[in-house]
Design a protein around this ligand. Structure first.
Ligand SMILES: NC(=O)c1ccc[n+]([C@@H]2O[C@H](COP(=O)([O-])OP(=O)(O)OC[C@H]3O[C@@H](n4cnc5c(N)ncnc54)[C@H](O)[C@@H]3O)[C@@H](O)[C@H]2O)c1
Length: 272
């Protein structure tokens, strides 16, 4: 039933402590996939600084422990779970283990991902599958497992990590571009189905970032990064911590009316 527009007075009084609450994640349980490295590790540390209890997920336990130690050192709370997001059984069992130690997470950040550089005509089928499986299917499967409990609770926020590659093409990256275009659309698809039931689904679209992944793929060929950098309006890579503000915004009530959106953290890349 549509809200009666006449029921809103001309001046809606904003409570004194309203703004403080918009970005406060105190006590929220937030799961991050790909939390062992790069963007996921930085976002997890940032969300912990905003007060959240962090649930760190990855296939790399050493890396997870590194992130966990960094959060603990800063006075935050975090636990680590092995979880392969390409396999629903692995996500399910991590999810059950998480729930044995507390309530179901209210927020999920899908940061697990990979890239592979190769000319389209030579792209090995197995590598195409690997990129799509992790970046697109992994995002879907983790959202499905964690999203079900959010739907039951009637509240939740899912944040996918998309990319400028979800909107612009660059060479040697056919699988990656297809996967990130898919993530942008998947974000809208889930937002449409789940928004009316209280679960918002958004994405962050970073520019080319400083990370282990960028170093690894750039070592095989600089063609892709040279192409991207030549089109930047400012020639610089982003730092993982520069995504934290957007993650805090999308995780909490500050973004209450934001759903199905990809928030570009692209240093203006899509303008040009
Ligand atoms: N680095 C960039 O320039 C950039 C730009 C835009 C978007 N992104 C996206 O950000 C996300 C993170 O990238 P990053 O640069 O931090 O990479 P990264 O390699 O530093 O981190 C990726 C993490 O995912 C984990 N992972 C790999 N396979 C997994 C699996 N099956 N299950 C669970 N975890 C798994 C890895 O162990 C690693 O910790 C990716 O989705 C990537 O596409 C990166």
């Amino acid at each position: 039933m549509a809200e009666d527009v006449d029921s809103i007075s001309e001046l809606e009084e904003v409570p004194d402590d309203y703004v403080q609450g918009l970005f406060d994640l105190s006590g929220k349980r937030i799961a991050v996939t790909g939390a062992a490295s790069g963007l996921g590790a930085a976002i997890a540390q940032g969300l912990a600084q905003a007060g959240a209890n962090m649930i760190l997920l990855d296939v790399d336990m050493d890396g997870l422990k590194r992130t966990e130690r960094a959060i603990a050192k800063a006075g935050g709370v975090a636990g680590s779970w092995m979880c392969d997001v390409t396999a629903s059984e692995s996500i399910e069992s991590a999810y059950l283990a998480i729930c044995e130690q507390g309530s179901s997470p209210e927020v999920l950040v899908n940061s697990a991902g990979t890239a592979f550089r190769c000319a389209a005509e030579e792209f090995p089928e197995a590598d195409f599958d690997r990129v799509l499986d992790l970046n697109l299917k992994g995002t879907f499967l983790a959202s499905q497992v964690f999203g079900r409990a959010m739907l039951e609770a009637g509240y939740g926020s899912i944040i996918n990590i998309a990319s400028i590659g979800g909107f612009r093409a660059y060479p040697l990256a056919s699988a990656y571009l297809a996967s990130k275009g898919g993530v942008v659309q998947l974000t809208k698809a889930l937002a449409l189905e789940w928004g009316p039931r209280g679960v918002r689904v958004n994405a962050i679209g970073p520019t080319l970032m400083h990370s282990a992944l960028t170093r690894k793929v750039s070592a095989t060929s600089s063609v892709t990064s040279d192409f991207i950098r030549s089109r930047m309006i400012v020639d610089r890579l982003g730092l993982p911590r520069q995504l934290i503000g957007s993650a805090i915004f999308l995780a909490g009530s500050a973004s209450e009316l934001v759903n199905g959106h990809t928030l570009m953290c692209d240093d203006g890349y899509l303008i040009a």
